[in-house]
Design a protein around this ligand. Structure first.
Ligand code: GDP
Ligand code: IMO
Ligand code: MG
Length: 428
C-alpha cells in the first residue's frame, strides 16, 4: 500500500490532524500538497496537545519524514517559528523536506489578503488572513516568489520588484495604503534563507523514488472538499485544490501511483468563514454541538458554524475524490441526543434533489430534507471495537455509510490517538 491520500470530506476541521498522526507511526513520508498555514490541525498525544499549521502532522512520528510539497504556500516566518516551537517541546524536526518549487508567502501577501477582505465588506470570504489567496494568485499570474529564489539574490530582487510594481499601485491608489519597499522584503526573505536551506530538496524525485521502492507515502490534505477552488462552494472557498487530484499536482506524483483515498468525515458538520451551509443550526442544538465538540478554529480562534450531518455532501466527496474509505470522527460528540437528524437530500424550489447541485444559486436555496435516527446516551469514548458501541450508535454509523457511498473504516470516539475504533486497516 505505497501511497494514500487523506483529505477533508466537508468544510475542513474534520480531524485530519488526528487521523494523519494515527497513521504516522506506520508510514515513511507524510506530505502536505496544498494550502499553507491557513490550516489548523490538532494532534493530541497523551496529555500533550499540538496545533500544526504548516507542517505535516507526521512530524510528530519519529520514523516518518515530513514533506512540504510544491503545491503548498510557505510563510517562512511561520515555518521557522513552528519548527522552533516543536524543537522546544523536544520534537526532532531535522528530517523535514521542503520543495524548492513551493511558493513563498511574503508580508505583502498577508497585507493584500487583509485589505481585500476589508474592501469586500459584507461580501467578504472570511479568509484566515494568512495571505493564502494572494500568494496563489501570484503563482497563477506568474509573479510569485519560490523557495528556490531565496538562493539567488538577483532573481529574488527582480521578482519582488516585479510583483510590487503592480501591487503598490493597487495598495496606494485603491486601498489608500502606504506602498511597500521591495528592498525591505528582499532583506527579510534573505534573512530566512540560511535557516531554511537544510530542508530544501527535490521532493518530487524523492517521493517518486520512495513509492517505487515500496515505501509508504501519505498525502495529508488541508482544508476540505467543499473549500476546493474547483469543486467547493465557490467563491466561498480557499485558493487551492484540497481534493484528491491536488495531491498529484501538489506533490508531483502521478494518479497511477495512488492506491487509496481516505475522506475524513465529521459525524456532524462545521464550517468557518462565510458561504452557504444547508444544515447550519442557529438554535440550542447548534450551540450544544459547538460546546461539546469544542468547535473553535485552531488558526483564527473563530467559533465554527455547526449543523447536522449532510449525506449529500458526503456522497459528493466520494464522487469528486474517488474515496475508497471514510474515517468518521467525533461520533462521541453526538452522545446524549434522543434523536439525531441527518440530511439525506435537499429540497430546492419545491423539488427533491439527491446530488449536490452544480449551480451556486440552487445551493444557496437548498433546504435540508431530514431523516431522524435514534440516539444513544452511553459514554462511547472507551469503545475499542465496533461491537462495543451501543446499538443505536452502530446503526447511525451504518446509515451514514450507506448514504455516503464508501465504507467507514475507522471511527473517532475522542481526540486522543487511542480513542479510535479501527474497522478495516488503511495500510493493508
Ligand atoms: P483538522 O483541521 O481536520 O485537523 O481538524 P481540527 O484539528 O481543526 O479540528 C478537529 C478537532 O476535533 C480537534 O480539536 C481534534 O483534537 C478533535 N478531534 C478529532 N477527532 C476527534 C474525535 O473523534 N472525537 C473528539 N471528541 N474530538 C476529536
Ligand atoms: P483545516 O486544514 C476550515 C476557510 C476560511 C475561509 C476560506 C478561505 O484546519 O481544515 P483562506 O484563508 O484559505 O483564503 O480562507 O477557507 N478555511 C478553513 N476552514 N479549516 C481550514 O483548514 C481552513 N482553511 C481555510 O475560514 O472561509
Ligand atoms: Mg483545522
Amino acid at each position: 500500500m505505497p501511497a494514500l491520500v487523506l483529505l477533508g470530506a466537508q468544510w475542513g476541521d474534520e480531524g485530519k490532524g488526528k487521523a494523519t498522526d494515527l497513521l504516522g507511526g506506520s508510514v515513511d513520508y507524510v506530505v502536505r500538497y496544498q494550502g499553507g498555514n491557513n490550516a489548523g490541525h490538532t494532534v493530541v498525544v497523551g496529555d500533550q496537545k499540538y496545533a500544526l499549521h504548516l507542517l505535516p502532522s507526521g512530524i510528530l512520528s519519529p520514523g516518518c519524514t515530513p514533506v512540504i510539497g510544491n503545491g503548498v504556500v510557505v510563510d517562512p516566518a511561520v515555518l521557522l517559528s513552528e519548527l522552533s516551537g516543536l524543537n522546544e517541546r523536544g520534537v526532532d524536526t531535522s528530517k523535514l523536506l521542503v520543495s524548492g518549487n513551493a511558493h513563498l508567502i511574503t508580508p505583502y501577501h498577508t497585507t493584500v489578503d487583509k485589505v481585500t477582505e476589508r474592501f469586500l465588506g459584507k461580501r467578504k470570504i472570511g479568509t484566515t488572513g494568512r495571505g493564502i489567496g494572494p500568494t496563489y494568485a501570484d503563482k497563477i499570474n506568474r509573479v510569485g516568489i519560490r523557495v528556490q529564489d531565496l538562493y539567488d539574490e538577483s532573481i529574488l530582487t527582480q521578482k519582488v520588484e516585479a510583483a510590487l510594481d503592480f501591487k503598490n499601485q493597487i495598495l496606494a491608489k485603491l486601498y489608500n495604503r502606504r506602498a511597500i519597499d521591495p528592498a525591505k522584503i528582499v532583506d527579510e526573505m534573505l534573512a530566512y534563507a540560511d535557516q531554511i536551506k537544510p530542508f530544501v530538496a527535490d521532493t518530487t524525485l524523492i517521493l517518486n523514488n520512495a513509492i517505487d521502492e515500496g515505501k509508504v507515502v501519505l498525502f495529508e490534505g488541508g482544508q476540505g472538499t467543499l473549500l476546493d477552488v474547483d469543486h467547493g462552494t465557490y467563491p466561498f472557498v480557499t485558493s487551492s485544490n484540497p481534493t484528491a487530484g491536488g495531491a498529484c499536482t501538489g506533490a508531483g506524483v502521478g494518479p497511477t501511483k495512488i492506491n487509496r483515498v481516505i475522506g475524513i468525515l465529521k459525524a456532524y458538520t462545521t464550517r468557518v468563514g462565510a458561504g452557504p451551509f444547508p444544515t447550519e443550526l442557529f438554535d440550542k442544538d447548534g450551540e450544544a454541538l459547538r460546546t461539546i465538540g469544542g468547535e473553535r478554529g485552531v488558526t483564527t480562534g473563530r467559533d465554527r458554524r455547526c449543523g447536522w450531518f449532510d449525506a449529500v455532501i458526503a456522497r459528493y466527496a466520494t464522487r469528486v475524490n474517488g474515496l475508497t474509505d471514510f474515517f468518521l470522527t467525533k461520533l462521541d460528540v453526538l452522545t446524549g441526543w434522543e434523536q439525531i437528524p441527518v440530511c439525506v437530500a435537499y429540497e430546492i424550489d419545491g423539488k427533491r434533489v439527491e446530488e449536490l447541485p452544480y449551480s451556486q444559486s440552487d445551493f444557496h436555496h437548498a433546504k435540508p430534507v431530514y431523516e431522524m435516527l435514534p440516539g444513544w446516551t452511553e459514554d462511547i469514548s472507551k469503545a475499542k471495537t465496533f461491537s462495543e458501541l451501543p446499538k443505536n450508535a452502530q446503526a447511525y454509523v451504518k446509515a451514514l455509510e450507506e448514504m455516503s457511498g464508501a465504507p467507514i473504516s475507522a471511527i473517532g470516539v475522542g481526540p486522543g490517538r487511542d480513542e479510535t475504533i479501527e474497522i478495516n486497516s488503511f495500510l493493508s
